[in-house]
Design a protein around this ligand. Structure first.
Ligand code: ZN
Length: 374
């Protein structure tokens, strides 16, 4: 059933198809405005605070600092454009850009099946670009006083070239004219250790920096979560966050987890990236948020790995790209062990990336899937 929404200035829109939904929010197509979608949040913890948050974000979109942010590193952000309220029921929400026209869900780049269907020409270079772009975006957002707070694949998008989009800005934490709008959302597996330990604590950029490291690891290791695995020694597996709390991480302590292979080899990571990941996931990074590599350091290191001469193309497979630090192709090694992460099309060609653009977005898949209150 179509939903009619109105803005404060009297403009009205009809919301038609539901294109995504989660714990708290629903995303709709907007009739006659294909470039926009609408998100409505029926039961936020504090509706008045939620409405004020959206209004402040909408106003800030026109302020010079945010204009600069959105014309640069955060060009792919679906910033709230207009605060709206459902005519029947009074539910609050906002209009934002529809990222589906250009981007695919980041999850597609993390999974073998998603890469095959959604990003068939993606390579490790695409993943490295996405990691670098995400780090740049976060560094710029932090510099303007924003904390993403609930950073996770479900909020992130990526295009064929590796450019990154981000949605669900209504959960960002920021201070506007002396009033702080706190982030209350968190997602299992994408929460910094200090927030796992104290879910109600105030969020910081250092929390984003930790989750950035998790996402960089996943992007560069074909989707593998850094804290995945069964506790070594036969302990019971509880969750990724439990492994995190106990420091069970393949990269920092190989013997702490048991993982079923074949797995991407740890040495496919360039040395300086592996060092940053170990700094984030080792005891210092986990226990002392201020000692973690910051988004700006990640951005510099990741962009450096994209420089001329830093990447090699495999002679066997046109989708195999790897660091020049490595003498031979890690993706061929992995394929020989039964796991091809970057398959070629039948006949040995690199799949046509343009085909990805013609793929209809899958129903029910949008950035807005999980909203969890702390
Ligand atoms: Zn290869």
């Amino acid at each position: 059933m179509a939903v009619r929404v109105t803005a404060d200035d009297g403009r009205q829109w009809w919301l038609t198809e539901r294109i995504g939904w989660g714990g708290e929010g629903t995303v709709y197509a907007v009739a006659d405005v294909p470039a926009l979608v609408a998100k409505l949040v029926p039961r936020p913890p504090d509706p008045a605070e939620y409405r004020a948050r959206i209004e402040r974000l909408v106003r800030r979109r026109r302020e010079p600092r945010t204009v600069r942010l959105l014309s640069g590193a955060a060009a792919g952000a679906a910033w709230p454009r207009v605060a709206v309220t459902a005519v029947r029921g009074g539910v609050h929400g906002y209009l934002m850009s529809d990222l589906r026209g250009r981007y695919r869900p980041l999850a597609d780049l993390l999974g073998t099946d998603g890469r095959r269907t959604g990003l068939p020409s993606a390579t490790w270079r695409t993943a490295l670009r996405a990691a670098a772009g995400l780090a740049t975006l976060l560094a710029a957002a932090h510099a303007e006083g924003y904390v993403v707070g609930d950073l996770k694949p479900d909020n992130l998008w990526v295009d064929r070239s590796g450019a990154v989009g981000i949605a669900d800005l209504d959960s960002w934490q920021f201070t506007d004219r002396g009033r702080e709008f706190a982030c209350r959302m968190r997602t299992a597996g994408y929460t910094a250790p200090e927030t796992v330990a104290a879910p109600g604590a105030r969020r910081t950029g250092a929390g984003d920096d930790f989750v950035l490291a998790v996402l960089v690891h996943q992007l560069l290791m074909a989707g593998l979560h850094p804290f995945a695995g069964l506790p070594a020694g036969g302990g019971r597996y509880v969750s990724l966050d439990d492994n995190l709390a106990h420091g069970r991480c393949r990269l920092t302590d190989r013997r702490s987890v048991a993982l079923r292979g074949p797995l991407p080899p740890v040495d496919l990571l360039p040395g300086r990236i592996a060092a940053l990941l170990r700094a984030a996931f080792g005891p210092e990074g986990r226990l002392r948020p201020g000692d973690r590599p910051e988004a700006a350091a990640w951005a510099a290191a990741l962009h450096a790995e994209l420089a001329d001469g830093r990447l090699r193309d495999c002679a066997e497979n046109g989708r195999h790209v790897y660091t020049a630090e490595r003498p031979w192709c890690p993706w061929c090694d992995l394929a020989r062990r039964g796991r091809e992460e970057y398959p070629l099309a039948p006949g040995g060609a690199v799949p046509d990336g343009a085909a990805a653009d013609r793929w209809p977005p899958r129903a029910g898949r949008t950035a807005d899937t999980t909203w969890r209150t702390a």
